[in-house]
Design a protein around this ligand. Sequence first.
Ligand code: GTP
Ligand code: MG
Length: 219
Amino acid sequence: MDLTLWQYQFRIIMLGDSTVGKSSMLKRYTEDLFMECINETVGVDFYVHFLEVEPGVRIKLQFWDTAGQERFRSVTRSYYRNSVGGLLVFDLGNRASFEHIREWHAEVCARVQPHVVLFVLVGHKTDCISAGGRAVTRDEAEKLASKLGAPYIEASSKTGHNVVAAFELLTRRVYQGLLSGEIQLREGWDGVKSSAPRALLQQQAQQGQQNKDSKRCAC
Ligand SMILES: Nc1nc2c(ncn2[C@@H]2O[C@H](COP(=O)(O)OP(=O)(O)OP(=O)(O)O)[C@@H](O)[C@H]2O)c(=O)[nH]1
Ligand SMILES: [Mg+2]
């Protein structure tokens, strides 16, 4: 089987303050590597990974790894619009990075209209909190996630804990959004691409809508 073949391509954007570990999460996920000394991201970096979400359905994940530093914001903003998924990352030992999550979320949502971006919130660097370095409780993070309509997960790129789980959670969320019709392919928008014929996609979207309608009736 050609491992570069894919049925869907999702563009995912990494968001959060500088040093929270966005690039480290991607390094761990795509190369299974961790670096204590890693260069700050300048503008935007690009990573690719493939994931089979169900037998025969391979997703090509294109990651935009944005710089958290304010001085790059004009560059990174231009990548929001063509993203379908966003990993909102904060450092569990850095309270300010948690408090800025609402701003990251609001900024992306305002700029992607009329498209939708689905998010997962990540409390990162769990390896540091065992030594009493936790600045954000799980309860606070879960409350924020629920306000943002996103699942919450805690991870560490250093140990590898939950890194794959975080990316898979987001990928499956986008895939389900596509099947249910919450996410729709549109001309001139590159958040999702499909190698399947358009007729098949329309059929899937209609099926998703019917499922939604029947669920509504059942309530
Ligand atoms: N202890 C620990 N350190 C981490 C972890 N992930 C990243 N780091 C360290 O945190 C620092 C910043 O990591 P980066 O991945 O460059 O952070 P970033 O969010 O990409 O930063 P910008 O590119 O400036 O936006 C580096 O020194 C990493 O080694 C982790 O899970 N645990
Ligand atoms: Mg980076």
